[in-house]
Design a protein around this ligand. Structure first.
Ligand SMILES: Nc1nc2c(ncn2[C@@H]2O[C@H](COP(=O)(O)OP(=O)(O)OP(=O)(O)O)[C@@H](O)[C@H]2O)c(=O)[nH]1
Ligand SMILES: [Mg+2]
Length: 283
């Protein structure tokens, strides 16, 4: 492994974009008149919905890309050298992905050479946060503006993210590890195996202690599930024991970390997991 020095000046590079996105929608000059409500479908607190189930349920196609058709990213660079291990962090909006990335950078930057790609829909907020926090030198942090649903850029058209990780490795030199943070998305969002070698799915206790039970490919199949913000559990009435039992039922032996980044040991368990993955990658 190589070791990485780090410094802190902020000179943000230009963000990359995926295929031309819709851009930020202009604010309407006046509010759009509300569409007339259909009888029996009011959403004004006076619920008079018909008895369930008034609608058919059906399974939609599986977009998790975990099946045999998923491609594996080439582990070698064009010159034959081994490329960096790529780990994706996905999960709902505000669950603590950027905070986890920042904490991982602080925990690993002295012993590893690492870099980060962030994804935001219309901005580069997360990259700017990491730059402000000086978690890595600026040239090791780059942003992708997805301009569309975040899962599109990490699962369906991964070209902008692939270009970002490859450019980082070309420009910064040999890297041990690249963290790719997805924009916040829903429980179905997963990374293409053509983009990352392993994925961490970050949920938090404030999103509801029923989230693990609701499943979805992030919760059930991510290589590591992180249940973040455990410090908030008493304040939002989340039952951590119940969450742990639901996680066990959904993931069997796949690993899970319950963490709070507001107290010790913080990101230590996740950092250890990353080190283990890297050891397996370089073995
Ligand atoms: N109390 C508490 N707050 C946390 C913890 N981790 C993160 N936060 C806070 O939660 C908020 C959202 O964290 P982010 O890291 O920006 O979340 P994110 O998943 O990157 O959000 P998006 O990129 O917008 O989807 C911030 O105010 C963090 O400081 C934690 O363990 N405990
Ligand atoms: Mg973020």
């Amino acid at each position: 492994m190589t070791s990485g020095a780090w410094f802190g000046s902020i000179t943000p590079p230009e963000p990359r974009r995926t295929a031309p996105g819709p851009g930020r929608a202009p604010s309407p000059a006046s509010p759009t008149p509300a569409a007339p409500r259909r009888p029996g479908h009011r959403n004004d607190g006076d619920h008079d919905f018909p008895a369930h189930p008034p609608y058919p349920t059906r399974s939609l196609p599986d977009h998790s890309h975990d099946g045999p058709s998923a491609v594996s990213a080439d582990a070698r660079r064009p010159d034959g050298s081994r490329r960096a291990l790529r780990i994706g962090l996905g999960g709902p909006v505000g669950s603590g992905k950027t905070a986890t990335v920042a904490a991982l950078c602080r925990a690993l930057r002295e012993s590893l050479s690492l870099a980060v790609v962030t994804n935001d829909i219309y901005t580069r907020e997360d990259a700017e946060f990491l730059l402000r926090e000086a978690v890595l030198p600026p040239e090791r942090i780059t942003a992708v503006e997805t301009g569309a649903c975040p899962h599109t850029a990490i699962r369906d058209d991964i070209s902008a993210n692939l270009e970002a990780v490859e450019d980082l490795e070309d420009e910064v030199g040999p890297l041990d590890l690249i963290l790719v943070e997805s924009g916040g998305d829903n429980l179905t969002a997963t990374f293409s195996k053509g983009l990352v070698d392993a994925q961490i799915f970050v949920i938090d206790v404030a999103g509801g202690d029923d989230i693990p039970r609701k499943g979805g490919p992030g919760v059930t199949t991510a290589d590591l599930l992180v249940v973040n913000k455990t410090d908030l559990a008493p304040y939002v009435g989340s039952d951590l024991a119940r969450m742990a039992a639901d996680v066990k039922a959904q993931r069997a032996e796949l690993p899970v970390v319950f963490q709070s980044l507001r107290s010790e040991p913080g990101v230590t368990d996740v950092a250890d997991w990353v080190r283990d993955r890297l050891a397996a990658w370089t073995a």
